[in-house]
Design a protein around this ligand. Structure first.
Ligand code: 6PG
Length: 471
């Protein structure tokens, strides 16, 4: 008797997603070249699951019911192409291959076309929630082939996270929209993590809070309107003791951040299609800057004059840092969502923004109660070009802006780098300014390069022979 689903790649993510699928009554076979992983899969399966591990692609393909539904959970890039190359000759017309990794959307476009030429369906599907999410309920962002999606939908709805009984999965749009939405999710993830690290720095070096106090602050934040996955895990991080020393683990971790590329892709894309997402950009570049550890040590000795003056009213300061973090986070979502709006036009994705924020409410790394407010906003106006233009969001922003200004000012005065907070505020100030000073930039461009300019008082394109005062 055949298996309803197949999973290629039995690393932690693949295995956990496979168990999740099996938990919901779907039979599933797994394939991996590594025999150890197949053993692990069999050993970890519980009695009710209909699960089978195989080390041969031929066996794997032959035990699957047709049309086959094969999920790939392998590293993005070459490994995906390698799997496709070896598996597609074994498949038959109408089979569906679903790439659940963090693949680049252009790669997905290429693979869709390639498999279509072989009468096979290929879908890009973002999956967020880390190892635990994969096992117990991730947020799932499928896109592309509607026919294939319809076949998968009942399973995806069963295994995804739930918020108010609603599944955290929905059709994200045509082509490689699923990968694109997941990429932007990760860009926003980078921004929020950067902002949280800055809030931590301000509380630690500005207000001299220790880890126990930081734990209390994040606990309180997480109990209110700032409730989110990233705030919650940050709270817990401050309590974790090290197993090798008597210290807290967070204090033993080297301050150099890694990155696997999805944040960088988000920034590259935004530049490519002309969308301003400075808080995401700064989060990407801040991780890069963190790697200059040796130079930072040298420079900190060379410029050691920094003196941090603690705020007078610590409780007020903590509240303002909370407001600043909350608002800058909101602005980061606004930037990412605005990128999705533009990308949807640019690539004909037809991304339903309302569904994006709906399925980000649970399961994924950037889940937060704030998304509930975005969901209401898009329910009222599905074509909102920027979340900052919504009336209710505006009220919320206005209630926090003072805190962001004060904290950005404090950080600047005291030499505590807070690039994320500063750019969120700078973006907000530019976005909400009717007349920007770029009339001057246009004048300069026309002056030295005859690049022309438009006028505020009449139609057309103009060029002036600018006069030098020295003439
Ligand atoms: C998720 C995460 C996941 C992965 C990131 C990490 O949504 O579950 O985003 O996909 O942990 O890609 O990215 P970096 O290694 O680049 O920080």
């Amino acid at each position: 008797e055949g298996y309803s689903y197949g999973m290629v790649g039995l690393g932690v993510m693949g295995r956990n997603l496979l168990y999740n699928i099996a938990d919901h009554g779907f039979s599933i076979a797994g394939f991996d070249l590594d025999e150890e992983k197949i053993k692990e899969l069999q050993n970890g399966a519980t009695s009710g699951m209909k699960v089978k591990g195989t080390g041969s692609l031929e066996d794997f393909v032959s035990v699957l019911e047709t049309p086959r539904k094969i999920i790939l959970m392998v590293p993005a890039g070459k490994p995906v192409d390698a799997v496709l190359e070896s598996i597609t000759p074994l498949l038959s017309k109408g089979d569906i291959v679903i790439d659940a990794g963090n693949s680049y959307f252009e790669d997905t476009n290429r693979r869709i076309a390639d498999l279509a030429s072989k009468n096979l369906h290929f879908m890009g599907m973002g999956v967020s929630g880390g190892e635990k999410g994969a096992r117990t309920g991730p947020s799932i962002m499928p896109g592309g082939d509607l026919e294939a999606f319809t076949q998968l939908k009942p399973m995806l709805e069963a295994i995804s996270a739930k918020v108010n009984d609603e599944a955290c999965t929905a059709y994200m749009g045509k082509g490689s929209a699923g990968n694109y939405v997941k990429m932007v999710h990760n860009g926003i993830e980078y921004a929020i993590m950067q902002l949280i690290s800055e809030a931590y720095d301000l509380l630690k070096r500005g207000a001299n809070l220790n880890n126990d106090q930081l734990y209390e602050v994040f606990k309180e934040w997480n109990n209110g309107e700032m409730n989110s996955f990233l705030i919650e895990i940050t709270r817990d991080i401050f309590q974790q003791k090290d197993s090798l020393t008597d210290n807290y683990l967070v204090d033993q971790i080297l301050d150099m951040a890694g990155a696997k590329g999805t944040g960088k892709w988000t920034s590259e894309q935004a530049m490519e299609i002309g969308v301003s997402i400075p808080t995401i950009d700064i989060a990407v570049t801040s991780r890069i800057l963190s790697a200059y550890k040796d130079e930072r040590i040298q420079a900190s000795q060379l410029y050691s004059e920094k003196e941090i003056v603690s705020p007078e009213d610590i409780d007020l300061f903590i509240k303002e840092v909370g407001d600043a973090l909350f608002l800058a986070t909101l602005i980061s979502y606004a930037q990412g969502l605005a990128l999705l709006v533009k990308a949807s036009e640019e690539y004909n994705f037809e991304i339903p923004l309302k569904d994006v924020v709906k399925i980000w409410r649970g399961g994924c790394i950037i889940r937060s109660v704030l998304l509930e407010k975005f969901y209401s906003a898009y329910t009222q106006d599905p074509n909102l070009s920027n979340i900052l233009l919504d009336q209710d969001i505006a009220l919320l922003v206005k209630s926090k802006i003072k805190g962001l200004r004060k904290i950005a000012g404090y950080a600047t005065t005291n030499g505590i780098s807070s690039l994320g907070l500063q750019t969120a505020l700078g973006y907000f100030d530019a976005y909400t300014t009717e007349s920007l000073p770029v009339n001057l930039i246009q004048a300069q461009r026309d002056y030295f390069g005859a690049h022309t300019y438009q006028r505020i008082d009449r139609e057309g394109v103009f060029h002036t022979s600018w006069q030098s005062a020295n003439n």
